[in-house]
Design a protein. Structure first.
Length: 134
């Protein structure tokens, strides 16, 4: 009986771990697609109610509505010709995930860094950085 209980607990723990990793992958993939499409509306679905956005060294905190307007202006100025995350990772003890990618446009490339964490069991971006590559 003890062996059965031990295996049940082990399988349950494994299932929870796998579903948590799947949730991170889906989240990163959804953010990546929104950036590829230059869609401020789609991207704001994944932002926390207050998000810090850094654009070429200028860092400000925005509400979701303000962030959507700011991102729309950025995407109009730099329409995407491609986007890809090249690295992502997590801090399991703090529940924080991050991803680094390259946003390509006719106006040049930007390095993009997102940081997200769980708010009420759902990952939300709390920091978004765009740095123009020289």
């Amino acid at each position: 009986m003890k062996t059965y209980l031990k295996y049940t607990v082990l399988l349950f723990t494994l299932f929870i771990s796998i579903s948590a990793f799947g949730q991170e992958d889906d989240f990163i993939g959804n953010v990546e697609e929104a950036l590829k499409a230059s869609s401020s509306k789609e991207l704001t679905k994944y932002l926390h109610s207050k998000v810090e956005i850094k654009l070429d060294g200028d860092r400000k905190e925005y509400s979701v509505n303000q962030a959507e307007v700011m991102l729309k202006q950025f995407f109009q100025q730099y329409p995407s010709t491609g986007f890809e995350f090249v690295h992502d990772g997590n801090n399991t003890s703090g529940g924080i995930i991050y991803a680094i990618g390259t946003y390509a446009s006719s106006g040049g490339s930007h390095r993009v860094v997102i940081r997200a964490k769980k708010f009420k069991e759902v990952y939300k971006v709390y920091r978004l950085e765009f740095t123009k590559e020289r």
